[in-house]
Design a protein around this ligand. Structure first.
Ligand SMILES: [Zn+2]
Length: 196
C-alpha cells in the first residue's frame, strides 16, 4: 500500500488507492504550575484532501507544459464581450456564459509588468516558497484583470517588466508551477525545474 493516498477518475467516479489518513499517537497536556496534573491531550491529524479543479484543470495542466492560459467572453449579446480574464475564469462574471480559453503566453512574455507588490518576511503554515516571498500583481496589455503571483529572482519595483517561468520539470500541478523573473534573466539563473 502506498504511504500516500492517490486518486484517479474512471467511469466518472473517484478511484482511491493508498492511505488517506494516518493515525499519530496523542500526547498528554500537563500543567507545570500544578504538579503536572493532566489538562488534556493533543490529537494529531493528518489527512489527504481531494481537491477537484473542475473547469480550471486545463489551466494547471498547461502550466506544466509552459503555457499560460486565460479566458475571454465571446458572447455577442454580452455588454463586456471580448474582455479577457486572468486569473482563469470559467464563466463570464457579467453574462455567466462559458468563456473561451485562450493562450496568453506570448502576450505575457511581451507585455507583463508589475502593477504592485508586497514582500512577506513571514508566512503561514504549509508555505513552500523561500522567504522573503515577493508577491507581485501583474498586468498585461489587453487584459481586464490583474494576476497575483510571485517573483523568483530580484526585487520587484512598480512597472518592472517581467516574464513568466514554468515548472515543466517535476511540476506540482498547483499555482506554484507559475512564477516570474525580470525580463532579460538567463535560463541558467532560473530555479530548479523551471524554464521559460
Ligand atoms: Zn459575457
Amino acid at each position: 500500500m502506498s504511504m500516500y493516498g492517490q486518486v484517479f477518475v474512471k467511469n466518472n467516479q473517484y478511484k482511491l488507492k493508498g492511505v488517506f489518513h494516518h493515525l499519530t499517537p496523542n500526547t498528554p497536556i500537563r500543567n507545570a504550575d500544578d504538579g503536572w496534573k493532566l489538562m488534556g491531550v493533543t490529537n494529531p491529524r493528518d489527512m489527504t484532501y481531494i481537491h477537484s479543479y473542475g473547469g480550471e484543470a486545463i489551466f494547471f495542466e498547461s502550466l506544466s507544459q509552459g503555457k499560460l492560459l486565460a479566458t475571454r467572453c465571446d458572447n455577442p449579446d454580452c455588454e463586456t464581450s471580448g474582455t479577457i480574464y486572468i486569473p482563469f475564469r470559467i464563466h463570464c462574471p457579467d453574462c455567466l456564459a462559458k468563456n473561451t480559453v485562450i493562450d496568453l503566453t506570448d502576450i505575457a512574455k511581451k507585455t507583463a509588468r508589475v502593477h504592485t507588490f508586497m514582500t512577506c518576511a513571514r508566512s503561514g503554515a504549509f508555505n513552500l516558497l523561500d522567504k522573503p516571498i515577493r508577491f507581485i500583481n501583474i498586468e498585461f496589455d489587453g487584459v481586464a484583470t490583474i494576476l497575483m503571483s510571485y517573483l523568483s529572482i530580484g526585487d520587484p519595483t512598480i512597472g518592472m517588466k517581467v516574464v513568466p517561468i514554468f515548472k515543466t520539470c517535476g511540476p506540482t500541478f498547483t499555482i506554484l508551477d507559475l512564477s516570474w523573473v525580470p525580463k532579460g534573466t538567463g535560463q541558467g539563473q532560473l530555479p530548479e525545474g523551471f524554464s521559460f
